[in-house]
Design a protein. Sequence first.
Length: 371
Amino acid sequence: MKKRDPLPKPLWDTLYPMLISRWRKLMKLPLGPADKLQTREFRTLVENLLSYKDSKELSSQEIFAAYLMYEWPLHYAQGISLIQELPTKPTKVLDLGTLGAPFCLAALQHGATEVLAVGENEQALKYGADLCGHLGYPISIRVANPKDTRNLSSSGPWDLIILSYSLFRQFGTLENRLSYIKQVLSLLSPDGHLLIVEESANQVNREFLRLRDEINSQNISILAPCLWKGNCPALKHGTSPCFAQRPLEKPFMIKEIQRASNINLSSLKMSYLILRSPHATAPELPKNLYRVVSPSLNTFRGERYFLCGTSGKRTLGTTLKEHPKQSRAFDYLKRGDVISIEHAAEMEEDMQITDKTLLQLKAPCDKPVVL
């Protein structure tokens, strides 16, 4: 495993002409403009995408083609952002239960040199491998049941194992999901990591947070996003979600699909966990470390954020009109950032920045925490 390079950029300019070409091939349509869909083609794409979003099943060639044009690129962009949070970049990567291997392309852009995608949908695997290969990032694929991990240990250990939108699809109960996670963790190298990604929608997010609590209760070490080691505070409130939100520089096609489909999504949103190898030792975190878990909220008491950190859940705000240098980072906070706070005015779970408060950004939302 190697030191990190700067965050890679999604390859939108070369990727979308390839996706458009493959969409037409899947739809059995004649050649057309390389960089856009014609009006009738675009309407067909939107109709099929809406059908996919209702069922989340690749039930036909047309639905699979729509998935490739919209969901696949978004998952790829998520992978680029989330893999950046690892403290070192992975060399050997295993993507289990994948549909089209979008996270594999992200891992390769982060410097991985050996990537294996395992899944049961042969068509999705072949199309994903084709896309990666034509972009200059070849991957290996294996058509197999990802639930059976016995044949994967001989080709490991793995620096990174990815379960992207596959864990909940494969396993319906919390017990089975936790059992599978334990199997997968045993395939990691001593300093390896397991990345689990699911949707941010409320019901899925609640199930994901319950899974997080079970993982935590088994003394499995969580690297990100959780700094708090107790039960998830968001589960104490029936309507409180807790998911990640990352910037998204949208290519033209994504913008057009969202406009036509009435999809209001200005950023990447997902539920995720990064778990350490069972052989790794988790560092002791300072008591004043917090992750920002909400966007900026305008209240009658001024601008505020929800935080969750080593001391539990807090709110953070200020009435200062202008911040001194030691707390100026407050003006630039984003959801997912990790900060440290000293000398704030505290009242139960609320913290107020004063002219004596020291607020430091320890890690932007897409970077590992360096202590």
